[in-house]
Design a protein around this ligand. Sequence first.
Ligand code: TXA
Ligand code: MG
Length: 357
Amino acid sequence: METEIIRIGGAGLDGGEFTEAEERALLHAGEIIRAGGLVAFPTETVYGLGGDALNPDSARKIYAAKGRPSDNPLIIHIYRFEDIYGIAGQVPEAAARLAEAFWPGPLTMILPKASGVPPETTGGLETVAVRLPSHPAARRLIRYGGGYVAAPSANLSGRPSPTAAKYVVEDMRGRVEAIVDGGEVGIGLESTIVDLTVDPPQILRPGYVTEEKLAGILGRVELDAAVIAPGGGEAPRAPGMKYRHYAPRGKLVIVEGEPDKVAAYVNGQAAQERAAGCRTGVIATKEMHGQYGADVVKYIGSRDDEETIARNLFAVLREFDDEGVMSIYSESFSSQGLGQAIMNRLLKAAGHHVVRV
Ligand code: TXA
Ligand code: MG
């Protein structure tokens, strides 16, 4: 299949108006979705792979394009709040409060599903995941695409989620009808998922909307045990969280401890592995960047600036692949606030391989 690349940019992405040509292009992309095709598009979190959420064939095509198991349910994206009533069988008052506080934005809510949502979209579950993204191109596309767009992250199953169009092109060219290129995303980690069908509500996937922020609105909120369980022993409640995810091709190990000891350990390992002919890499903070002697040292941001670390994480993992790095060491991060989401993704990428020095 020939994949059309649709470039948009400029004022529309900054909250201003899209040009007429961009509007036409987004309308055309929306028509592809209405006709049952797939369009990858930017959101504020990561790029999504969109299809008509109410069309079972579109859901099947999404699974096929990603190489994703079809028991892994899809998030349905809407562009205005009232459309939630079309796909959720019940909208608790807590959902309205969360929407008021965090929508449009990087939050997904799990609610009981309405009968019109095909089981193909929800992986056979009786619940549905709903999100109203803030990215202007995403909202336009959802509207032009019929109002209900199912979209997983636009990566091949198992690979890091794409934070720029070039990564979508890498994974999806030839597999989808079109890719909307809106440059780099702002957040870089997928939305927070909160399950409102249980009491107290449960965070199934941490993200930019942190536990603290959710607790501020909901009062009580719990974290799915699998999100924090060392070794990933618990079965997560979001089906997609059970798969090895975000993984670079190389082996990834998280090294925890005093900065000097971490550097000494990493440098020792890197020297040995290099001697054995293996290219090594390090995911380093600004503070420690100069301390490492591996083949490729990637600077991920300053330790105090978690937003930058979040935005860079998936791109850095992909770059190691491009540079043929087969053994990667990463510093560890705090698990508070946004750090909870960063560590959740990093641990999954590492298959929970952590070394304490
Ligand atoms: O930021 C995001 O959420 C991005 C962008 C494109 O919006 N999308 C995304 O979708 O991350 P995906 O498919 O890669 O991740 C969706 C996660 C999976 O772990 C899936 O199992 C879970 O949401 N999920 C979806 N529906 C669910 C449901 N009804 N109950 C529990 N978990 C659900
Ligand atoms: Mg994903």
